[in-house]
Design a binder for this molecule. Sequence first.
Ligand code: NAD
Ligand code: GLY
Length: 309
Amino acid sequence: MATLNLELGERSYPIFIEAGAMNNAVRLTSFIRGKRICIITNDVVAPLYLESLKSKLAGFDVDDVILPDGEAFKNLTSFELIIAHLLENEHGRDTTLIALGGGVIGDVTGFAAASYQRGIDFIQIPTTLLSQVDSSVGGKTAVNHPLGKNMVGAFYQPKAVFIDIDSLKTLPVREFNAGMAEVIKYGILGDSTFFSWLEDNIDLIKAGDENTLASMIETCCQCKANIVAQDETEAGVRGLLNLGHTFGHAIEAEQGYGNWLYGEAVVTGMVLAAKLAVAMNLLEVSDCRRIEALISTFDLPITAPETMS
Ligand code: NAD
Ligand code: GLY
């Protein structure tokens, strides 16, 4: 088990990385101040983990909101649905929201927590690789607007993050690979030892080896925690975490949310960024090829959609 800490003064919080992390009732409930909990999840994750999680919360008054699955539902309608549920059920400021799901659920739940009655506590239980290595850490919360991705949101930190490696066992391979996009990002943006480690451990990662995954996720979360601790609201160094994302967001929006997975769009964006860097004499061609090779190993795209210029 690894415990990291994101150091943000009085808004600091722990990140627990462990097989079975969401089943540790004592630890989980130690982060809940009041008596009421509302779990936000979706119709894919709920049948897998919702009842089991609820059973760990004995003694609390627990209800839930089950959103439709997918990036297309990371929108103001889902946000409004959560807020309406909280109001209709008379939740107060002492309610804690739990985000149970991938990055979509984490982002919309975090934004609802930031907004409801000017801010209530929330806890992240990320269940995709992408959300475990990236979106659950750092407090960026948002929903999409028809005119742009993540255009409505807030910087708002969770009280704790519980990364349960066991939840990756039910994740479809395509989603796992999309999560590798953000993993590879950390290797490219400043940790060449980690990049080489990834190249050396491809088989163990693909086989879902528990120790390998735990170590990989820990390295990513530590990298992200270090950067966010220096620059919580992206005035400078946090921009590194957006490597390739400008291209990626354009691809995702242009192709229609959900057709290209977020991670697939981002990883292609990273290759485009690498190629641009080569053209600007900022990156060796051999390093660009290594990036493309590692990305391809995980069956991820390395060229932009043909329909885009
Ligand atoms: P996602 O939340 O859509 O999850 C991917 C799919 O996996 C969904 O169908 C989901 O229902 C399913 N799923 C989740 N957990 C599962 C499990 N354990 N077993 C089986 N299926 C499971 O997508 P994602 O890739 O997790 O996250 C992408 C989102 O994260 C995007 O909206 C992106 O903008 C956001 N994001 C945010 C940040 C941030 O800092 N806040 C960073 C990176 C990405
Ligand atoms: N995923 C980019 C960030 O958290 O800043």
